[in-house]
Design a binder for this molecule. Structure first.
Ligand code: FAD
Ligand code: SF4
Length: 399
């Protein structure tokens, strides 16, 4: 057996299961001890150092730390690690005085951040105190990315987001909001020492090949776009009968939001068995508690139109069959197709990466999924001063 290498920080991370399971390796026991001692401000700062948005995450984190919590092995529920983060955020005192104070001595390097979501804001927070001059570009009117445009305000109040984004922008970040970057070539020509691309995964997948998709277009929306238009108050109502297609957290947000916009017969319909759904168990539980049924093993076949208007959808019934490697196939059962009535359909069946604004002759290599090839350790593209972060490199990830 190899001797333990205590010089490797991974060894210590792995000792505390919840801390290791947290993507940001937040020192969970340390901040919970401080909360127990009612030292909320210090507990908040410990979180801020590792996960940047404690108030946001205390409300919205996917909390992979909790299934790893050892209490879960001896009691029914793990420690409520995520909600405790919110406790620290809500009861803290003045934290600004404990954060790095600018103006910082300049180191002569200029960095461009494309996108103003959590990824780019984290880069800004970490580099500004080191003396980098940071220029952030985002097409939205304010920072926060999908935290602002997609996460519903009943889960994340705007004031909490504004506060935590503000801590970062106040470090002297030069912001250009309402600015869509349409050419990487142009950005490269501006002489930045490095460019960080944090543009997220903005496109939701559509079901363009299904019959009726085009004709029923007025009553069909892509889930994440629907959530964005609700967040930006462009949409305030929806039909009484709503089908939400998809089994991830976006689908759960869509169905619960539809309920709040006046829908009263909302159905989530998934292709897979319920046990294979990607949504977090507590998100599914919350939707079901609100009376929203989930129809499993239903594959969408057609949007049904009557007199030019969407009246529902047809589904094929399947069952999941797994081969010896665990690979799943959805096999039709031969039962008759099922018709489900709907006035509106929300499609929440995944997201696609998109870099239409990155010219393909700059030396940035793309893989077969049209995603830039990256060094997995440094997130560096094949053009050495261009880096990519967060959601886009290897599919959707949370915090
Ligand atoms: C409905 C929904 C609910 C979610 N709920 C949760 C949750 O509860 N918990 C959780 O942890 N995560 C959640 N997520 C995921 C989380 O929001 C993302 O993982 C996170 O926002 C990704 O951060 P990012 O910085 O990579 O990109 P984004 O947040 O997508 O930010 C990218 C930014 O780049 C801007 N941009 C894109 N292209 C350009 C361009 N060419 N020029 C200028 N600006 C550009 C966009 O306007 C956007 O502001 C949710 C996502 C969705 C869709
Ligand atoms: S709630 Fe989220 S950020 Fe906090 S420790 Fe758990 S995984 Fe990490």
């Amino acid at each position: 057996m190899k001797p333990t290498d205590i010089k490797d920080p991974e060894y210590f991370h792995k000792v505390v299961d919840c801390q290791y399971a947290c993507p940001a390796h937040t020192p969970v026991p340390e901040y919970i001890r401080l909360i127990a001692a009612e030292r909320y401000t210090e507990a908040y700062m410990i979180n801020w150092e590792s996960n940047v948005f404690p108030g946001v995450l205390g409300r919205t984190c996917d909390r992979p730390c909790e299934p790893a919590c050892r209490r879960g092995r001896v009691e029914e529920e793990p420690v409520a690690i995520c909600r405790l983060k919110r406790v620290a955020a809500d009861f803290k005192g003045d934290v600004k005085a404990l954060m790095p104070q600018g103006p910082f001595p300049k180191n002569g390097k200029k960095i461009a951040l494309i996108g103003g979501g959590p990824a780019a804001l984290t880069v800004a927070r970490d580099l500004a105190p080191l003396g980098y001059e940071i220029h952030l570009f985002d097409e939205q009117p304010a920072g926060g990315g999908m935290m602002r445009s997609q996460i519903t305000s009943f889960r994340l109040p705007e004031s909490v987001l504004d506060e935590e984004v503000g801590y970062i922008l106040d470090l002297g970040i030069h912001t250009q909001f309402h600015h869509y970057v349409s050419s990487m070539k142009e950005m490269l020509g501006k002489g930045y020492d490095a460019i960080f691309v944090g543009t997220g995964a903005p496109r939701g997948r559509d079901l363009n090949d299904l019959p009726g998709r085009k004709e029923a277009g007025a009553n069909i929306q892509i889930g994440i776009e629907f959530l964005a238009s609700v967040a930006f108050e462009h949409t305030s109502k929806i039909g009484k009968k709503v089908i939400v297609l998809g089994g991830g957290n976006t689908a759960m947000d869509c169905c619960r939001t539809s309920l709040r916009l006046g829908g009263d017969e909302i159905k989530v319909v998934v292709r897979s068995p319920k046990t294979d759904m990607k949504a977090s168990p507590w998100e599914i539980e919350d939707a079901e508690h609100e009376g929203i049924p989930i129809y499993e093993n239903h594959v969408p076949k057609e949007f049904v139109i009557e007199n030019g208007k969407l009246i529902g959808m047809k589904f094929e019934i399947v069952k999941a069959v797994y081969d010896e490697k665990g690979k799943r196939s959805l096999v039709p059962t031969g039962e008759p197709e099922v018709f489900i009535e709907a006035n509106d359909v929300l499609i929440a069946v995944g997201q696609e990466n998109a870099f239409p604004w990155v010219e393909r002759d700059l030396g940035i290599e793309f893989d077969k999924w049209e995603v830039p090839v990256l060094d997995k350790k440094t997130f560096q593209s094949t053009v050495p001063n261009v880096f990519l972060g967060a959601t886009q490199p290897w599919g959707q990830r949370t915090s």
